[in-house]
Ligand binder design. Sequence first.
Ligand code: ACO
Ligand code: KIV
Ligand code: MG
Length: 532
Amino acid sequence: MASQDRVIIFDTTLRDGEQALPQSLSERQKLQIALALEELGVDVIEAGFPVSSQGDFESVQLIARTLKHAVPCGLSRAVIKDIDVAAQALKAAEHFRIHTFIATSSIHVKDKLRKTFDDVLAMGVAAVKQARKYTDDVEFSCEDAGRTPIDQLCRMIEEAIKAGATTINIPDTVGYTVPTEFGGIITQVMNRVPNVDKAVISVHCHNDLGMATANSLTAVQMGARQIECCVNGLGERAGNCSLEEVAMAIKLRSKILGGVETGIIAKNIARTSALVSKICHEPVPSHKAIVGSNAFSHSSGIHQDGVLKNRETYEILTPESVGFSGNTMLMTARSGRHMIRECLRKLGYADDEYDLNDIYARFLKLADRKGQVFDYDLESLIFFTKLDEEDDTYHLEQMNVTSGTASVIPTATVRLRVGRRTRTESSIGNGPVDACYNCITHLTGVKCVLKSYEINANGAGMDALGQVDVTVEYEGRIFHGMGLSTDVIESSALALLHAINNIERAKKIHAAKKRPSRTVKAAAEQAAKAAE
Ligand SMILES: CC(=O)SCCNC(=O)CCNC(=O)[C@H](O)C(C)(C)COP(=O)(O)OP(=O)(O)OC[C@H]1O[C@@H](n2cnc3c(N)ncnc32)[C@H](O)[C@@H]1OP(=O)(O)O
Ligand SMILES: CC(C)C(=O)C(=O)O
Ligand SMILES: [Mg+2]
């Protein structure tokens, strides 16, 4: 399967990745992920550990029946029954791999397996021979190879290859090694195991010291040609080597890594990452390489200026190349004038229509107060000298909700203050938040579409406040809202109202801009007068 330059991507999200989840995945969830991995261009999919439960057996069976291009694989201990069961689960596939393993480090052999190294050697050999009865694609792993004495490791590998293993996996099971050390282990295996050319050398690195990607790539430089990894770096404890990191590092730095390549289709990375995150209920950290929400985001002035002049100043790969729609530029108190002018240009303001230094000084004050400033806030700065809560069109006066189990219809009554008047509305919904939102959209008449809703505890214990953040779309623009209260339904109502008040402010500006033969300055004066 492997040409000299091709690194096989062996994905173990469904096996090692799943081991790290608080609950196991269902058959359907596993199949969905397996199909996405196949579309991503993964070569081998380790679908599970068939002997571990009937559910996992059936998942592996279904995946083996369904895959068209990727090779399905099942894990088994060096135990005859495990191997027989794995073969049963996989046999529907035309071609499948059995992966069998046993630990070889002294601590695992003595304290966990309670055996001698010679016992383990014999068990490994017997396991490979049993697996070869079912398939000519047999992988053998020396668990905890990173801490295994090199003489014993080389001996085990030589015997496993003699017994018929076609892939030899060298795991750094506890993520203990550093790149020079791990690279040294691979070099020794390459130089000292006489029949090493009869098998593909694979690596399986854990991230306990944050070295998984570095160790895997160093191993490739030393001759390994299979990397075992998981989407989003999922996996036992601190995770496995992250698929997207090694795939993009090999794509981008192929030359320095020896001219190697993988079959990964990079533009499918973002959507696979999102799917795995959603199905596994494992959020991707914002700073995660390649797939984190901040991976292509810039918020400091010097970086934004650089990216605006040439994005390669701060972007080593494009967000589009891994399937994102583009980068993001956040406006915070760390942004500079170049970013502010760019945002106003995008909103349609010519450079001579405003005083950049004046806007920038007021932007900084707002950013210090607010944290993040959005395009509609910036536009407001042109039209209003101050942006205060009093500018809000709608204020929440009162709110009452009823909800409960099946027979109770969630109902809300909301009273808003609009200037000196109040308006009241009652509505039902599919939950108390939905009922409140129905009231608010009726009362304000603003038909915005809820795009995202996020709820978090702000603080700890009984004093924690519920913080709700929403984004809504109104006439093609995105508006944000945040609500904070000890009552999460009230936080939700306040967040939507906040977003709607931002929409109302943008509407006023839009109306002022539309008046005929007005300069921005004149329109701004007019808008400011109207607001008094
Ligand atoms: C590094 C890794 O990620 S390894 C993979 C880890 N994944 C999993 O463990 C998930 C699947 N596991 C399971 O479903 C269960 O643990 C089973 C079905 C495999 C075994 O369950 P049980 O028989 O109840 O044993 P239990 O899990 O408590 O203990 C493991 C046993 O396997 C032995 N064992 C561990 N690894 C191996 C191996 N590679 N080959 C042979 N025996 C092994 C242990 O020494 C222990 O044996 P003992 O009962 O004689 O002391
Ligand atoms: C089963 C083996 C390959 C493993 O997951 C490890 O050693 O980390
Ligand atoms: Mg592992």
